[in-house]
Design a protein around this ligand. Structure first.
Ligand code: GDP
Ligand code: MG
Length: 370
């Protein structure tokens, strides 16, 4: 690592913190247990204690990043992050569009066309909600597989003129497996043949019991076409969010998850990042997956330049040295050297893993031939 906390260094060497602090002092460095010293100094001290410097594992690098433990009193309420799921053609995209169009004010009309893969709305009663604009299960599962569980609430869209379908079941199973609460949006209620009660009883068979059937899953009848029930749906989400008491510390180095990323011809690599904790600021140096960068500029979901983004806020980030992948975690670090080192370390680790997999295949092929 490029830097290490004095206490951690003592811990790793199995030496007393006081002895390490003393040794540092003798080298002209005043540092307490919780202060961080650079790698060169650490190496000097390590050698003084007669230890060898060994880089052990991935976790060694990650140590640089996750040193801050958030204190309870630093935690502040944050908006919920909502993902819309459901069977194909049941109206996921329509519901997302209808909510965006209904809740984005006229003056911000430009925002409607500006797509950054996520958007925020304010409910009538004043709650802010963040929607991931990528319906579908692939996004949810691939993000989760990469350790980025960003969704707090799933809105399960089921068409009232249809029934619970295979992808409905898949979606509710994903939500259950992830331990994410669900709200059922019974869509297409404007249709004459709509039968919301059939949806409710269908869901019973999958142990999703709506409130009307004395369960605890909220359900709302909506229509993405007429706008019926959409405000009610938003309030239901806000209520669910309140129950969850979602919090994050806004006053720390930012951590976020990449929602989508691409190489833009004019602007270079761009990534939509959902900030999870801390506040991401222009000028921040970060590592994201195997890439690193320095925030050159940020745009919000309305396409407006912003200088900072707090928890649950989606922003488009410019200033990457390469294109990360959806689900990659972004961490702000202190120095460019650190960012570069971690990114290069991860690139090498990925390459080694690939090579190992390749070698195994070759061996398998050899054995198969023999
Ligand atoms: P997705 O595959 O789940 O994203 O579904 P879409 O949003 O693409 O909708 C599929 C079709 O259903 C489209 O033709 C929509 O116009 C239609 N649709 C969606 N919501 C409603 C609704 O509330 N009422 C009616 N009548 N049609 C809807
Ligand atoms: Mg769609």
């Amino acid at each position: 690592p490029e830097a290490i906390m004095v206490g951690e260094l003592a811990n790793r060497m199995s030496e007393k913190v006081a002895d390490v602090v003393k040794a540092l002092m003798q080298n002209g460095i005043m540092a307490t247990q919780t202060q961080t010293i650079d790698a060169d100094t650490a190496e000097l001290i390590i050698e003084e204690f007669g230890h060898r410097v060994v880089r052990v594992s991935d976790s060694d690098v990650e140590q640089v990043i996750d040193t801050v433990d958030d204190k309870e009193e630093d935690m502040k309420p944050r908006p919920p992050v909502v993902t819309v799921m459901g069977h194909v053609d049941h109206g996921k995209t329509s519901v997302l569009d209808a909510i965006r169009n209904a809740r984005v004010t006229a003056g911000e009309a430009g925002g409607i066309t500006q797509h950054i893969g996520a958007y925020q709305v304010t409910t009538e009663s004043g709650s802010v909600l963040t929607f991931l604009d990528t319906p579908g299960h692939a996004a949810f599962t691939s993000m989760r597989a990469r350790g980025a569980q960003v969704t707090d609430i799933v809105v399960l869209v089921v068409a009232a003129d249809d029934a619970v379908m295979p992808q409905t079941v898949e979606a509710l199973n994903h939500a259950k497996a992830a331990g994410v609460p669900m709200i059922v949006a019974i869509n297409k209620c404007d249709k004459p043949e709509a039968n919301p009660d059939k949806v409710r009883t269908d869901l019973l068979q999958h142990e999703v019991i709506v409130e009307g059937l004395s369960g605890d899953v909220q359900d709302v009848e909506v229509s993405a076409i007429t706008g019926q029930g959409l405000d009610e749906l938003l309030e239901a989400i806000a209520l669910q969010a309140e129950i969850l008491e979602l919090k994050a510390n806004p006053d720390r180095a930012a951590q976020g998850a990449v929602i989508e990323a691409q190489l833009d011809v004019g602007r270079g690599p761009v990534a939509t990042v959902l900030v999870e904790k801390g506040t991401l600021r222009q000028g921040d140096i970060f590592v994201v997956g195997e890439q690193w960068g320095k925030v050159r500029a940020m745009e919000n979901d309305q396409g407006k330049r912003v200088k900072e983004a707090g928890p649950s806020v989606p922003v488009e980030v410019l200033g990457l040295n390469g294109t990360p992948e959806a689900g990659d975690v972004l961490n702000v670090v202190e120095t460019e050297a650190q960012a570069r080192e971690i990114a290069e370390y991860r690139q090498k680790a990925a390459k080694d893993k690939l090579a190992a997999a390749g070698a195994a295949t070759t061996l398998d092929q050899l054995l198969a031939k023999a």
